[in-house]
Design a protein around this ligand. Sequence first.
Ligand code: BF8
Ligand code: SF4
Length: 672
Amino acid sequence: MPRFRDPDCTARPSDAPRAVEPKNRERTVDPAALEMLKVAEEKGVITAFDRAVAQQPQCQFGYKGICCRICIQGPCRIKAGEGPGSRGMCGATADTIVARNVVRLMAGGASSHSDHGRHIARTLLHVAEGEAPDYKISDPDKLIAVAKRVGIATEGKSEMEITKELAIVALEDYGRYGDETCTFLSTTITEGRKEKFKATNIAPVAIDRAVVQLLAQTAMGVDADPVNIIFGGLKSALADFTGMHIATDISDILFGTPKPLVSEANLGTIDAEKVNIAVHGHNPLVSEMVVAAAHELEQEAIKAGAKGINIVGICCTGNELLMRKGVYLATNQAAQELAIMTGALDAMVLDIQCMMPSVTTAAECFHTKIITTNEIAKFPGAAHLPFNETTAMKDAKEVVKVAIDSYTKRDMSKVNIPQYKSKLVAGFSFEALVDLFNNINPDRPVSVLTDAIKSGEIKGVCLMAGCNNLKAPQDKNHLAIMKELAANDVFLVATGCSAGAAAKAGLMDPAAVEEYAGPGLKAFIKRLEEANKLATGGLPLVFHMGSCVDNTRAADLATAMANELGVDVPKVPFVASAPEATHEKAVSIGSWAVAMGLPTHVGTMPPVEGSDLVYGVATQIAHDVFGGHFILEMDPAVAAKKLLNALEYRTWKLGVHLAAAEKYETSLAQGY
Ligand code: BF8
Ligand code: SF4
């Protein structure tokens, strides 16, 4: 888009502070977290909130991306505009260094998601081979649908034959000899994107290959062309998309495709009378089995004096369980240590990603057992109970037994659970959203959404995604942007810690529609409610689409909208926002979102300001090539304005092109 009619909305960020109130430790708007921060202070427990203050001011070379540590001749910093200090020792320029640093974040993100996806795909293979008896095919319809989509002939084959073939197709996306594009990418995007990715040479052949190639490309003394490096990065970002899609599809097959359900979120869901187990991390292979084991061992908990077992989720494994099982979501990433301050967590079970190594220190003041389960994620000070999918139930039971034993050692005088929890309606997989539309228009369900945009009832769709980042108060910018977009009739879907922020703050409670939605959005949601006899007591303001790895569900929605409208994704009024992006995964997701054609807001500055060239490619040139671009903006009010501008521009342009096609009886213009 960047043809800004509003002079406040340029490709440059506003002058909002980069670290809001850097010396204020109370960096959250979550009342439960604020209460627990006081407990942490009383007990002398240092948390992320204290460390965020201690890290200020942060190194500006690193912040701008102009510190190179790619070889051990470094670190080299770009210290001057000219002369010897303007380059690294090897002669690398600021442009090269910034590009290399940022694409290596994409490689990291792609690796995180894809390794998670591989673990799930391998488990599917073990299920087919009878080696993972505790897992089963929970959604045979999705198995068939995904198998057909990736080109497997299903007729006359047994469920296990199809399962095995699908697992192999997924695993082939990690490494293949040939030069075909990854199957889980090429079968889930528009024809237009396929051509674009081919033309720009960013379609990955295999996930592992894309990441290995990128590390090779960015090693000392290889690629010095920042633009070529960025395109290499985008290949890894699309490998990330591929691994994510594998993870989501197969998790749905193994554990069920989410459907609307009611639950609650925030630390008030921890129950003083029960054995409380927090499952934390991302991979549902562990947490799903812990839930199943807890059901089986409920009586043992009662024998130990508890009223039962209460599982609560933290971060994205919490989102996975919430979406499929209605398990309570205790909190999102920044407040993970604060869950321990309740004194009522008997065990915290970790798998992978976004887990703070400091949870073991936080647990020292309490009886909480920290248990790691994955061979690549061990914490000094934690118990390690290896989790193997071939012995999953046995392993999960062991974990639950440790929690029950820990409960017997709980010091009730230390229990202090903040009484904050919000009702929520979650479970909106892409399929569940289509089901909602289906009851209005069974022939063309997605047209329910696109027609509402064409008629001006709603302005478009925004995916709210990403992390907590303590450069700003936890959740604050997520909530500010959601409320502003809702008031302006934007249909909101959310994932990851952004969904967690909405859930805790009550924005997934149907009551929030009345309170925050603009008239168009309200009418649209009410229409969906009336057409669907939902047992959930209504629909939410913000539709929870799942964990971070499930951002591909939102991409599927954008793709379906493009196909419905007869255009490519860059013409669809669909934007994304990660107000508190943190993890490498957020960098790779944001990058594939831009390559897919989405204007993508990031509310914490990625390390690109050290190169005008890289900054310009990300915020402007990307639009010319892919139709999507980054909006880098720290002020949530300005960010909301920029997102609304992007939506309005697309809706206006689409309207002009649709009207012209109708008037002159031509096909719809495809330019963006
Ligand atoms: O995968 S949103 S802080 S918990 S990276 Fe992590 Fe970011 Fe949260 Fe989930 Ni996603
Ligand atoms: Fe310095 Fe070049 Fe080595 Fe980077 S790759 S650390 S710029 S010598």
